[in-house]
Design a protein around this ligand. Structure first.
Ligand code: MN
Length: 499
């Protein structure tokens, strides 16, 4: 069981200058807010936000994000009817940034599941819509990871739904963001709920193979380490970065393939068993520079004979999500087949938690729902900004959304509109009849004027009068969409003619 001290220790390790007192304060605050509340499993509610925060610390994120993780369920769990009350207090105590992120998470919770196909499309849009700030997505991933870990306590129908949603929405987005570690965890936690028999079977088959390889990999690792440490780049000092002329190895470690990706591979290739999956276990070599990556590849090929067609240079040609590494599969001693993955430390960190461009392409390489939206193209700028900006997380407030807002129908459909759009724009976007007969609107369940400027995340309900004959000419003064303007004008022209 995780404790607040574990969390503090973890943060201290990668961010010694973080304001740990503030983190502890946030924990105490959350604990008090959730006092008396229980998870379905029966454990105190605070365990959930704490585990969420721990997942965020695992990603080495900033203290503000971790604090937002600790507080993320307070508005919904303590003031479900008016989350703003809790948010105001959070802002007062922990500042604008934290409150902003908690609000983002609270908004995401609004969407209710109804029917898979519709949901998938909406949820993808929603994620982008709500990702006014990518930090909110990180918190959502961390939250979802713990919910999956405790999914056993939920009724079977909900288990299936959450697992499916994770597989279809969360994991692909994690993949698009280049967050391989998160994607892998999300998938392997969902797998047993979707295909329990396949999961159990595979788990049983894999275990002895891993055990059998353990000793062998240990020996292989030592042999490689020895060869690498004997290598010299030539006269010391030639390479400015590396005075010693030696290869700087950060680590050589084994990595076992995730169960879900084994399952997928078996299915895709139509394999009967695991014998043709060569990368069940791989050895990962982490070095300092790109030059060293290629050198290590050469050393491996001198030691052992490579399999044909199994050398992949993802450094020269990165995967679409930005993944970089050299892969090679070789016949090791005694004819054992082993895959090696060679990368720099930076590549390694990016492969585990990095954020990457091009993520809006779907798994099959085609563009989903959002392809005609101009800002989607802008998202490719992400990665660049990310790399250029030191304080990258703060820079990731996705300014490409500046000219668009995303609002919801009462059923949870996402509608995107230009900034400063009004309920009338919303009504005409849905249906011209809805616009023509519109007499009022509710925004977030409160009656609102028809010229109200809508905000991202608002839920809009249009009130109509079926006897209403025509839109009002006054509306032209405030509508923002061409569609609304056009329809109102043409309606007015028509009714003039009739008179
Ligand atoms: Mn939660």
């Amino acid at each position: 069981m995780t404790t607040i001290d574990d969390l503090i220790q973890k943060i201290k390790f990668y961010a010694p200058n973080a304001d740990l007192d503030l983190v502890r304060l946030a924990f105490d605050y959350a604990k008090k807010a959730h006092n008396g509340q229980k998870r379905l499993s029966g454990e105190p509610y605070i365990n959930h936000p704490l585990a969420t925060a721990m997942n965020l610390a695992e990603m080495k994120l900033h203290q503000d994000i971790i604090i937002a993780g600790l507080l993320h369920d307070i508005p919904e769990e303590t003031h479900p009817e008016n989350p703003e009350i809790a948010l105001r207090e959070i802002k007062h105590n922990f500042g604008e940034e934290v409150a902003f992120m908690v609000r983002g998470i609270t908004k995401l919770g609004k969407i209710k599941y109804r029917g898979m196909e519709r949901y998938l499309e909406n949820l993808r849009k929603m994620f982008i819509a709500m990702a006014e700030d990518v930090r909110v997505i990180f918190i959502k991933f961390a939250d979802r990871l713990h919910n999956l870990e405790t999914l056993d306590a939920q009724p079977p129908a909900k288990q299936k739904r959450i697992a499916m949603e994770t597989m279809e929405i969360y994991a692909p987005i994690a993949n698009r963001l280049g967050m391989g570690e998160i994607k892998g965890r999300l998938e392997d936690l969902s797998f047993p709920y979707l295909y329990p028999r396949d999961f159990e079977k595979l788990k049983k088959e894999v275990a002895p193979r891993y055990r059998a390889k353990e000793d062998y990999l240990k020996k292989t690792r030592i042999k490689l380490l020895k060869a690498v440490s004997q290598f010299s780049f030539g006269p010391a000092g030639e390479d400015q970065k590396n005075q010693s002329g030696r290869i700087k190895v950060f680590s050589i470690h084994g990595r076992t393939k995730r169960l879900w990706s084994i399952h997928k591979k078996l299915q895709q290739k139509g394999y009967e068993d695991l014998s043709k999956i060569y990368d069940l276990v791989a050895l990962r070599v982490i070095v300092d520079t790109v030059a060293e990556c290629y050198t290590v590849l050469g050393i491996i090929h001198q030691l052992w004979k490579p399999l044909k067609g199994r050398i992949k240079d993802y450094i020269a040609q990165p995967k679409p999500n930005g993944y970089q590494s050299l892969h090679t599969t070789v016949f090791c001693d005694d004819g054992e087949i082993v895959e090696f993955q060679i990368r720099t430390k930076k590549m390694h960190e990016e492969a585990e938690y990095g954020i990457a461009s091009h993520w809006y392409y779907d798994e099959r390489g085609s563009m989903p729902v959002a392809k005609d939206l101009k800002w989607v193209r802008e998202l490719t700028k992400w990665k660049k900004e990310f790399e250029e900006n030191q304080r990258y997380l703060e820079s990731l407030k996705i300014d490409v959304f500046q000219n668009r807002i995303f609002v919801f129908t009462p059923k949870g459909d996402v509608i995107d509109l230009p900034e400063n759009s009004t309920p009338v724009d919303f009504a005409y976007t849905l249906h011209s009849d809805l616009g023509d007969k519109c007499i009022g609107a509710k925004v977030n369940e409160q009656i609102a004027k028809l010229d109200t400027k809508l905000q991202s995340g608002d839920v809009i309900e249009i009130l109509t009068d079926k006897n209403r004959k025509a839109p009002s000419a006054d509306w032209l003064k405030f509508v923002k969409t061409n569609a609304a303007r056009h329809k109102i004008k043409s309606h007015l022209k028509q009714s003039k003619k009739l008179r």
